[in-house]
Write a new protein. Structure first.
Length: 500
């Protein structure tokens, strides 16, 4: 069993919020474990041998409450000091990533070296401390500095590489995307959406298309596809196959233990939708999050078979469209609780090596809800995990979102969902957008970035995630997005042509 002593203000902690906590193995794959807090200690009972690290939400002064990881540690009788191991883990990952990033651009390291050195010195002091409580206090200060250095380093690296990518015109024809709310048909909403993006993702949820068996609802989607086509706005088809409960029609559950029938029904759904809309859609996100969203409890072979079948029929029926496989929860926390899922990076590597015919991966970053995969991370972790998904195919960031207001429920809710440089606000959401887009677009393998949802009126697991308020008034984040899009448009106007 792994044990961690936790101190607060020099005394053993009375309580600690373990919402979102999980163990992770040396290979980065989450582990099944029982995690509980008892008498000032976190007890982690692993169900697999070998070293493991603890990931949990923690407050780093100056940055906020984010999910952080310790180093990978062997079991021992004596408890580890949580703050010391969190600081050790952050400094280790900083050293590894800085080495990667400094290969072609050493300048960012120079500008943060003083703060980094101070954090490292504090960590050494924590190891020399006479008392565990003193070690925890000093390590907390080291951790806060290390987290700041990570974000500073990420920002500087992104700015340098974004500038380089703009200089060599390294962007695709369409970069900025947004998702349509098919329940909304107002021209005001449509015009504000399309002023901020290059293309629009229209969801083709199975539940929406076929709410009852052999009874189809096309009118809302028809209206959006017709309007976008008439205004010459590229369309991305999303959520074609998505096994979350909100996307699967109720009537399908009759066959939840009959894989062959489910597979045939999925085939017919894809065929029906693409035959109707294939000539209007430039990109199909044909299968979304099946590695983690698995409400039918498919096994590994069935998940891979559905992936292969879905991409094959899409390629056959829409040979001129690009086909993407969408990934969710990039850190894979869900795997610690559901062994019938597949860790996202392993799934990406498997479909790449299996000869499945597709063009690119999609990747979602959705933060702010108290559920697996959405606990807040800092920009250093976000940038690092994007690099991990550079697996030989282009990458599309198909959904991102953070709230523009603190969650309801006061401090307890904020502790669950996380904070970044203060309580969430409209201005902070705009700042987060500027930094996230800078990080994503600095990666040469990232082709598009899409925000979802566009307005607070839309149904979404995290409230206040829209770029428009419920009355469709623009938030500062909306203006930030249009400004970023304008910068890339200016490159084109100044004679830097974009590739197709």
């Amino acid at each position: 069993m792994l044990r961690f002593s936790v101190f607060c203000d020099g005394e053993p902690a009375d309580s600690i919020d373990l919402a979102g906590a999980y163990l992770v193995a040396s290979d980065g794959v989450p582990l099944r474990a029982e995690i509980e807090f008892c008498k000032g200690e976190i007890h982690c009972k692993k169900r697999a041998p070998g070293p493991a690290g603890l990931a949990l939400p923690w407050t780093a002064k100056g940055t906020g409450r984010i999910l952080l990881e310790t180093t990978r540690l062997p079991e021992r009788d004596k408890p580890y000091i949580l703050q010391v191991e969190l600081a050790r883990g952050q400094l280790l990952r900083l050293s590894q990533k800085a080495e990667d990033w400094a290969v072609d651009d050493p300048q960012p390291l120079d500008s943060v070296s003083a703060k980094w050195d101070k954090g490292r010195d504090l960590f050494i002091d924590s190891l020399k401390a006479d008392k565990p409580s003193q070690a925890a206090r000093v390590a907390d200060a080291a951790l806060s500095l290390a987290v700041e250095v990570g974000e500073d380093l990420t920002r500087l690296h992104a700015q340098a590489h974004l500038k380089r990518r703009r200089r060599v015109s390294g962007f695709s024809r369409w970069v900025f995307g947004g998702s349509a709310d098919t329940d909304t048909s107002s021209d005001t909403y449509r015009k504000k959406l399309t002023r901020a993006v290059d293309f629009v993702a229209v969801p083709f949820s199975w539940r929406t298309v076929e709410p009852a068996e052999q009874e189809f609802e096309w009118s809302a989607i028809d209206g959006w596809v017709d309007w976008l086509t008439r205004h010459s706005i590229p369309i991305r088809g999303s959520d074609l196959v998505n096994f979350t409960e909100s996307n699967i029609p109720d009537w399908v559950y009759i066959w939840e233990h009959d894989f062959e029938t489910i597979r045939d029904l999925v085939y017919e759904h894809i065929r029906r939708v693409i035959n109707r809309y294939g000539s209007y859609i430039q990109v199909w996100d044909v299968i979304s999050g099946i590695h983690g969203n698995n409400c039918m409890s498919f096994n590994f072979e069935e998940l891979m078979e559905l992936t292969r079948m879905s991409t094959a029929i899409a390629k056959q029926l829409a040979p001129r469209s690009k086909v993407t496989i969408e990934l969710v929860a990039p850190w894979g926390e869900y795997y610690a609780n559901n062994q019938r899922t597949i860790p996202p990076l392993l799934y990406a590597e498997m479909v790449t090596q299996a000869g499945i015919n597709f063009d690119a991966f999609g990747l979602q970053f959705d933060f702010g809800a108290a559920r697996d995969g959405t606990y807040l991370r800092d920009m250093f972790q976000i940038s690092s995990v994007m690099d991990r998904f550079n697996v030989g195919r282009p990458l599309h960031i198909t959904a991102i979102g953070v709230p523009s207001a603190a969650p309801e429920g006061g401090e307890t809710a904020a502790a669950c969902t996380g904070e970044w440089h203060g309580p969430w606000s409209e201005r902070l959401q705009a700042r987060w957008i500027a930094e996230f887009y800078s990080v994503a677009l600095s990666k040469p393998f990232v082709e598009t970035v899409s925000w979802k949802p566009m307005s607070d009126k839309e149904t979404h697991p995290t409230p206040h995630c829209g770029l428009l308020r419920a009355d469709l008034a623009p938030k500062p984040a909306y203006r930030e997005l249009t400004k970023l899009r304008s910068l890339l448009s200016d490159d084109t106007n100044n004679g830097i042509s974009k590739s197709a």
